[in-house]
Design a protein around this ligand. Structure first.
Ligand SMILES: NC(=O)c1ccc[n+]([C@@H]2O[C@H](COP(=O)([O-])OP(=O)(O)OC[C@H]3O[C@@H](n4cnc5c(N)ncnc54)[C@H](OP(=O)(O)O)[C@@H]3O)[C@@H](O)[C@H]2O)c1
Length: 197
């Protein structure tokens, strides 16, 4: 599959390496580099936005993502009086805002819930780390679930795109544990169904 990643930072680089290792073709582009976001979007079967939340609007204005899955890795992080929080929530989400900017695309929220270090290397855990995904297009979600599996995650369907309202604060739970609770960045969420009832 041809995966076009916009954003060459920690998340974009980690995902590029993981998917290349799984045999996918990857193009990685950033700001002021070639290929740019618009070329990447034309080339790709799946587009990944691994950029700051604040950059989404300008990038969405330059790409044609019609009919394609668009993975939204961003977190709409903002500083408030109580420290780190979300710029949007409860009645919408960053992912729904992105979907409104790209009405013909199939936005899927995922890969926002753990640090880039875990995305780069999902091994060494007692079982596969979980990664929820949310979106309104079932075919796009199937594609994304398979790409999550290729990275070594256990993909769990969270439902329609409005469930990004749950997944964005969930990311802050990871960040809170990693930083404020001092658990570091080398941990992930796991789903543990009970074997015996
Ligand atoms: N880091 C994590 O562990 C983590 C985990 C989950 C989710 N996230 C989310 O993932 C996103 C990316 O995080 P990150 O840590 O990878 O950030 P990062 O290391 O700062 O990288 C961001 C990348 O986006 C590029 N960029 C910024 N504006 C752009 C634009 N208008 N067009 C194209 N590229 C642009 C930057 O380019 P320049 O180098 O030119 O500035 C940079 O390469 C954020 O929304 C973050 O909240 C991060």
């Amino acid at each position: 599959m041809r995966i076009g990643i916009v954003g060459k930072g920690r998340v974009g680089s980690a995902l590029a390496a993981g998917w290349q290792a799984a045999g996918h073709e990857v193009q990685l582009g950033g700001r002021d580099t070639m290929p740019g976001a618009s070329e990447i979007a034309i080339w790709a079967d799946v587009i990944v936005l691994a950029v700051p939340y604040a950059a989404l609007e300008s990038i969405a204005a330059t790409i044609d993502a019609t009919g394609k899955p668009v993975i939204d890795c961003t977190n709409p992080i903002a500083m408030g009086p109580d420290g780190m929080g979300l710029a949007v929530g409860h009645t919408t989400s960053g992912a729904e805002q992105l979907q409104a900017m790209l009405p013909g695309a199939h936005v899927v929220k995922t890969l926002n819930q753990v640090g880039a270090e875990v995305m780069a290397n999902t091994t060494g855990f007692a079982h596969a780390p979980v990664q929820f995904f949310a979106g309104d297009d079932e075919k796009a979600k199937e594609t994304v679930a398979s790409l999550l599996t290729d990275l070594g995650f256990e993909p769990l369907d969270a439902g329609g795109l409005s469930k990004a309202r749950l997944l964005e604060p969930f990311a802050l739970t990871w960040i809170n544990q990693a930083i404020a609770q001092k658990h570091g960045r080398n941990w992930a969420f796991g789903a543990m169904p009970r074997a015996v009832q």
